[in-house]
Structures are given as C-alpha cells and as structure tokens.
Design a binder for this molecule. Structure first.
Ligand SMILES: [Zn+2]
Ligand SMILES: [Zn+2]
Length: 204
C-alpha cells in the first residue's frame, strides 16, 4: 500500500515538473511573454565567451557575478531562468569573488603584521621581560662594529653566523628578533661563508 502511495506521489511530482517545464518553455520561447515575466535571474549574452548565460550567484561583498550557467542558446537561457524562478529559487548571495577574498586576506595579513610589530616592541622595551620570552633569533652587540645585530642566517658548511640584521639600537635588535619570531620565521641556512668555502676547496 505504502509502495503504491509512493509511486503515485512520484508520478504527481513528475507531472508537476513537466507542467512547469512546459510553462517555462512557453514563456521562454515567446519574446513578448518573457519580457513581462519577472525572473529572479539575469540572462545575458556573454560577448567574451559568445554564449548565452544565466547568472546564478553574486559576490556578497561587491555584487560581481561569480557563477554563470552557460546555456545552449537564448531560449534555453531564459528557460533556465524562468523555471528556477517558478520553483522559487534565487541567485545565491553567500560567496565571495576571488578579488574580494584576496583583498580580505591581504588586509588580514596587514593587521596581523601590525599586531606583531606592536607585540614585538612591547617585549623588546622591557629588559626583564624580553629574557623570559623565547625567540628564534640570537641578538648580540658586535664590539668591532659597535652595533647591535640579529643573526638571521648560518653558514651551511660550518654553522658560522653569516647573515645579520644590523639594528639601530638594542631595543630595535630585540624588536626585530621578536617580530620575526612572531611571524614564525627562522634563521636561514642557504649559503656557505667564504672562509668555510675556501678551506673546503683548499683541501682538493
Ligand atoms: Zn567581490
Ligand atoms: Zn662557515
């Protein structure tokens, strides 16, 4: 009995769908009727791809069209728009276009960078505090240069310090070391210092 009822309601759904298809096609194929029909979807000829399209979604941020359905021809495009409108559908407005996504991401990164800069300054300003916080970079006073420096790279061959950030002051050196650490950076080891390089090849 239940099976029969299911089959009946399935058949009714099929008929309903066919009626909607028929109605939508009738409107879509009549230029006057389709002008007066209030569709939820924008139908247009895309000059770039030379196809008729239906706009299925807009960017929630900037209103740019993001998903476009490509139709077989003009009537088919109107048919898709009209059928979906009769079925109560609307273009979706919950996604962002790639431009907006990359703009938001770069703004987020800018904010995070500023935040890291402030945090790094706060840590660098208090000598008792800055010793407690772990950092990925060593800070030292170079007696020959009379400058504060941050070690940013080590020699690949002998592990010697070979790249530096030369700071304006002691605070600036610590600020740089903390800021790089907060950005999850580490000293690089991508080159050999000239001493190690020369002594290695002198052996051959
Ligand atoms: Zn957008
Ligand atoms: Zn070396």
């Amino acid at each position: 009995m239940l099976l029969i009822l299911n089959k009946v309601s399935e058949a009714i759904e099929n008929i309903k769908e066919k009626l909607i298809d028929k109605k939508a096609y009738k409107i879509a194929s009549d230029p006057i009727k389709r002008e007066t029909f209030k569709t939820n979807y924008q139908v247009e000829f895309d000059d770039f791809i030379k196809e008729w399209i239906v706009v299925a979604s807009y960017c929630v941020n900037c209103d740019i069209q993001i998903i476009e359905l490509v139709a077989d021809n003009e009537i088919d495009a109107y048919f898709i728009a009209i059928k979906n409108t009769i079925n109560g559908r609307k273009p979706s407005l919950n996604e962002k276009c790639s431009n907006c996504i990359s703009e938001i991401n770069s703004l987020k990164k800018e904010l995070l960078d500023k935040d890291n800069k402030i945090k790094a300054y706060q840590l660098a300003l208090v000598p008792s505090e800055r010793e407690k916080v772990e950092k990925n970079f060593d800070v030292f006073f170079d007696k020959d240069d009379k400058r504060w420096k941050v070690v940013t790279g080590y020699c690949q061959m002998g592990g010697c310090e070979n790249k530096f950030y030369v700071a304006e002051s002691e605070i600036d050196a610590y600020r740089e070391a903390f800021e790089r650490t907060l950005k999850n950076q580490r000293p690089v080891s991508d080159s050999a210092c000239s001493e190690c390089y020369n002594s290695f090849y002198a052996d051959y």
